[in-house]
Each structure stands twice: as C-alpha cells, then as structure tokens.
Ligand binder design. Structure first.
Ligand code: RP5
Length: 194
C-alpha cells in the first residue's frame, strides 16, 4: 500500500553532522519508521526525528492511530519489513496501545515512547505501553522528550550492528556528549559570572 505523500515525510539532513551522508545515503530508503498517534505528539517526537537526522539515519514519519485509523495502522506494520524498515518507533498518549498493536503485526523491534498526557502527566501512557504481556515485546522509553531522544539513539544502536556509518556516527555522538560534559568544569564558576 502506498501512503499519502502529505502524511509521509522523509528526513535526511543532519543538523550537527555526527553522521556522514553520501549522496547514496541521502537517497536511501528509510531504516526507521517514526509513528505517532496524533499530530499533537509531533512537538515531542520531532526530537526523535532531529536526533536521527544528526546521526544520518534515514527515516520516515507518520501519524497513524490504533483506534482512529486501525486498518492503516495494521497495514503499516504488516508491510514495514518489506518496505525496508528495520526499527519502528511508536509514540502515543493516554490509553497508549499503538506500540503494542504495531508490535503484534511485525517482527521488527518496536520502541515505544509514552506521551506526556494532560490529565495524568504521561503515567497513563507509560503504564499502558510498558505493561505488555509476555510474548509481544515493546521496548518502552521514558515519558516525553527524553524518551523521544533515547528512542532515536536506541534505534541507531540497533542499526549500528549492521550499518558501519551509523555505528561511527553514534560513536562520534557519544564522544561529543562526554566532551561537552567534561568541559563544563566547576558549576560555581559559571554561577559567579552570571
Ligand atoms: C493518542 O491520544 C495520541 O497519541 C495522543 O497522545 C493522544 C491525544 O490525541 P489528540 O486528541 O491530541 O489527537 O492517541
């Protein structure tokens, strides 16, 4: 099934350039699919997309809901592997069943990101997602933005086993992160300057 172009965006260009993008890579098929239950989740999930951009990981982004678009959601999951996806990131809030439904229809690893809901601050999303009964796993990350970023890093770590450029990008990201922390020095110095 072809997905409507208006709903399907593919992001390639890294902001900070931990990943090296050759012209071939830029036209590569998406390896990661980012799904979210509502457009309202994008404010959080754009951090996953940006992190994948930084690592040079081709990915697509879709809004699909387990309860509002059940048929298209199942179709997406059932065809994910043949379309070349290797990891799926699924974000949802409230009674967050999207990741579990996706995982039920594909053998690909599914990483779940619980959205911070208004009424219960994401605890509802977290518990709905993380408490999968044995047999169909969803690797659930933290609520909100930290979970979105870590889902992208986790996806890259999975891909790094088979994709050397992504492994190198991840290593550069880790090294830069460590360097930035070590350069911070004594926090009292910064406080004195302000
Ligand atoms: C879930 O319901 C979505 O993942 C979203 O987090 C939540 C609220 O969706 P909207 O009512 O904002 O569309 O399906």
């Amino acid at each position: 099934m072809a997905f409507p172009g208006a709903l399907c965006a593919i992001f390639f260009v890294p902001r900070r350039g931990y990943g090296k993008l050759s012209p071939m890579t830029q036209h590569a098929k998406p390896l990661v699919g980012i799904l979210m239950g509502s457009k309202s989740d994008w404010e959080t999930m754009e951090h996953a997309s940006k992190t994948l951009d930084e690592l040079g990981v081709p990915h697509d982004v879709r809004v699909l809901s387990a309860h509002r678009t059940p048929d298209q959601t199942l179709e997406y999951a059932a065809t994910a592997e043949e379309r070349g996806l290797e990891v799926i990131i699924a974000a949802a809030g409230g009674a967050a069943h999207l990741a579990g439904v996706i995982a039920a229809k594909t053998r690909l690893p599914v990483l779940g990101v619980p959205m911070e809901s208004k009424s219960l601050k994401g605890l509802d999303s977290l518990l709905s997602m993380v408490q999968m009964p044995a047999g169909i796993p969803v690797a659930t990350l933290a609520i909100g933005k930290p979970g979105a970023i870590n889902a992208a890093l986790f996806a890259a770590a999975i891909l790094a086993n088979q994709h050397a450029p992504i492994r190198q990008a991840l290593e550069r990201f880790r090294a830069a992160q460590s360097k930035a922390v070590l350069e911070q020095g004594d926090p009292r110095e910064a406080a004195r300057k302000n």
